[in-house]
Design a protein around this ligand. Structure first.
Ligand SMILES: [Mg+2]
Length: 243
């Protein structure tokens, strides 16, 4: 078999050793939703991004270009556009969440291979998202993987405080009775893995081409890199079987 080894300054060499021993004690598997449970190239998030711009434009009565600038500014300053609108303009969060998550998911293909991997992982599975529960349900149902998840911890549950605020991770652990040392978080945004690591969780980064995926991606808070979540999980299961 020809193995192509690709390495860059950012990515460590491909993992060749059996890594199952690092996951043998895991009893809670935690997954971000957008650009994690489905690949970034599906462009689903682009629809949400566009709707956020429309919402900001309408809500603040500004032109499209200015709305986009405000959207991005709040995303960086407050962690989410929603948080910025709530802090600065007293927005009612439900109006925003309903509008931006009302998207067409019909182009999203069923994730049968991912589903098969999730099926073989023992323990609880949780979706941990800065989006809404309705969005997480809608997307995971379309992917055909919704039945695997025991809980969805969404932005409402955290009182609209987004990842990577440490308080959100602490609340997740507390409310869902998670032992962080026996849990793993899968995420496309590297910076969202930092608090998880600091609490003792195992971390797996699913990078994409967007610059915000790579923010804070250097450091020891990233334990593993999965270019393709489904393939990575199947490789992990092969490691389990090989022991
Ligand atoms: Mg994401």
């Amino acid at each position: 078999m020809l193995v192509l080894l690709v390495s860059s300054a950012q990515n460590p060499p491909m993992e060749n050793e059996n890594i199952w021993s690092q996951f043998a004690d895991i009893n809670v598997w935690i997954f971000d939703l957008d650009n994690t449970l489905y690949p970034a190239h599906c462009n689903l998030f682009a629809q949400i991004d566009k709707k956020m711009g429309e919402f900001v434009s309408d809500f603040l009565q500004v032109e499209h270009a200015e709305a986009k600038a405000i959207q991005k500014q709040y995303f960086h300053e407050f962690g989410t556009t929603l948080n910025g609108l709530m802090s600065r303009h007293d927005l009612k969060p439900d109006d925003f969440l309903h509008f931006v998550h009302d998207i067409d998911v019909s182009n999203l293909e069923r994730a049968d291979k991912l589903s098969a991997a999730l099926d073989q992982l023992e323990g609880r599975k949780i979706i941990f998202t800065n989006g809404s529960e309705a969005h997480a349900s809608n997307v995971s149902r379309q992917l055909g993987i919704d039945h695997h998840f025991d809980d969805i911890f969404d932005i409402k549950k955290s009182n609209f405080v987004p990842k990577p605020e440490m308080a959100v991770y602490e609340q997740l652990i507390e409310e869902l009775d998670i032992n962080p040392k026996k849990s793993v978080l899968f995420e496309d945004m590297a910076k969202n893995l930092k608090p998880a690591h600091d609490l003792g969780m195992t971390t797996v980064w699913i990078p994409n081409d967007e610059h915000w995926s790579h923010e804070t991606s250097d450091g020891d808070h990233i334990h593993h890199i999965a270019e393709d979540l489904s393939e990575w999980l199947h490789a992990l299961l092969e490691d389990r079987a090989a022991l």
